[in-house]
Design a protein around this ligand. Structure first.
Ligand SMILES: Cc1ncc(COP(=O)(O)O)c(C=O)c1O
Length: 388
């Protein structure tokens, strides 16, 4: 599943190196005499851009903030409508609300990602941005989404937080739209403990994000940092050198993490007794990250029965249903007090998504699982299938 399974020697060496070669400079800028030329956050950003074949990468403190800063950089203002989906993490809607923008939340389809038809139907004259979310490793239907977004000239901000390393038509998710975001929290494909990234090929989005996340600093080479120029007010969402160093080490593990996830997922997917279930529709079989296996039963009661047995056997699920309250808009009454469209009907608004999620089980796929452990897991699942 995530980078936390593989965090160890190389990450530790990166941290020690900050103290041994850079006198413990943890700040990403300045202190030129002390740091001996090493800027680890910048190195991490450059390595990420190279690996992801994108022009610009801006590191920030979390995926939530990455979305906030990216949306501001893309011109989203209070009162603008931002279209996103009902199956996502709370952060997607939280950062829209933090700007005072209006979330327009549509159902997901059998990909468990945004239904492109619902996206098109939700477009109004006030639509400023669309945020498709690549949930649980499966890329969103980007051909369709980009087609509609281009037709109506709506900028696309991809949320790749749960799919760092997945590809769609050969491109890393996050690098298909106008900008993309990633999370590096402790449960993600690679981790810096907390952390986030904004990627874009658009120079003006990058410039705004770079300045905004650093109090407006333009990092003007003609001036020392204390006399730096600025033209916008910002905030402090800077990543530390410790996170940058760990990020460099984690990024080197990405290919291995993705390879192992795909292998382990494919073993389970091929061998699970499929009589009673349907698998989630995968939009790009080659590009799927492989960190989650989702299937659904015809009725919610079968999913419930499976879940009870699965938990009794000592296993857990990923988001669906274990953390569903944090990943389905139909449970977020606390968020919609000021959102007229959902304030009174948040419970019944996304019936189609609720019906799908209630019948579903998401199995986390781990990188470090051994073949005997996978065999045991498979036997458990197939025995439970017989009881349904
Ligand atoms: C889809 C999605 N978007 C955004 C975030 C926010 O990322 P972070 O935890 O780094 O703030 C997450 C984290 O779980 C996520 O899953």
């Amino acid at each position: 599943m995530p980078g936390y399974e593989l965090i160890g020697k190389e990450e530790k060496e990166q941290l020690i190196d900050i103290f041994e070669t850079s006198n413990g400079v943890l700040f990403p800028h300045g202190f030129d005499n002390l740091r001996n030329g090493r800027y680890r956050v910048r190195e991490f950003e450059n390595e990420f851009s190279r690996k992801f074949n994108c022009q610009y990468t801006q590191a920030v403190t979390s995926g939530t903030v990455a979305q906030l800063v990216a949306m501001l950089a893309m011109g989203v203002k209070a009162g603008d409508e931002v279209i996103t989906q009902a199956h996502t993490f709370v952060a997607t809607v939280e950062s829209i609300l933090a700007i005072g923008a209006i979330p327009v939340i549509v159902n997901v389809d059998d990909t468990y990602n945004m239904d492109p038809l619902e996206f098109e139907n939700a477009i109004t004259a006030n639509t400023k941005l669309i945020v498709p979310v690549h949930m649980l490793g499966n890329p969103a239907s980007m051909n369709e989404i980009m087609g509609i977004a281009n037709k109506y000239k709506i900028p696309v901000l991809e949320d790749g937080c749960e799919a760092l390393g997945a590809t769609y038509n050969g491109k890393y998710v996050g690098t298909i739209g106008d900008a993309g975001i990633f999370s590096l929290d402790f449960a993600k494909t690679i981790t810096t403990g907390e952390g986030g990234l904004i990627v874009t090929g658009n120079q003006s989005i990058y410039k705004y994000a770079k300045e905004y996340h650093d109090h407006g600093h333009e990092s003007n080479p003609a001036f020392p940092r204390g006399r730096d120029t600025r033209s916008i007010a910002g905030m402090n969402y800077r990543m530390t050198e410790m996170q940058g160093g760990v990020g460099i080490a984690q990024l080197k593990r990405l290919d291995f993490i993705v390879k192992k996830s795909k292998e382990h997922k494919s073993f389970l997917k091929q061998n699970i007794d499929k009589n009673k279930i349907s698998y989630r529709k995968i939009t790009d079989e080659i590009g799927d990250l492989g960190d989650t296996l989702i299937f659904n039963f015809e009725q919610a009661k079968f999913a419930e029965k499976f879940l009870n047995g699965y938990k009794t056997a000592g296993y857990s699920t990923k988001n669906i249903p274990d953390a569903i309250d944090w990943h389905f808009a139909g449970t977020w009454n606390h968020m919609f007090t000021n959102v007229k469209a959902y304030r009174d009907n948040w419970k019944t608004q996304w019936h189609r998504t609720a019906k799908l999620l209630n019948r579903s089980i998401a199995i986390p796929i781990y990188v470090n699982t051994t073949q005997p452990e996978l065999n045991k897991q498979l036997d458990t699942i197939n025995l439970l299938m017989q009881t349904i």
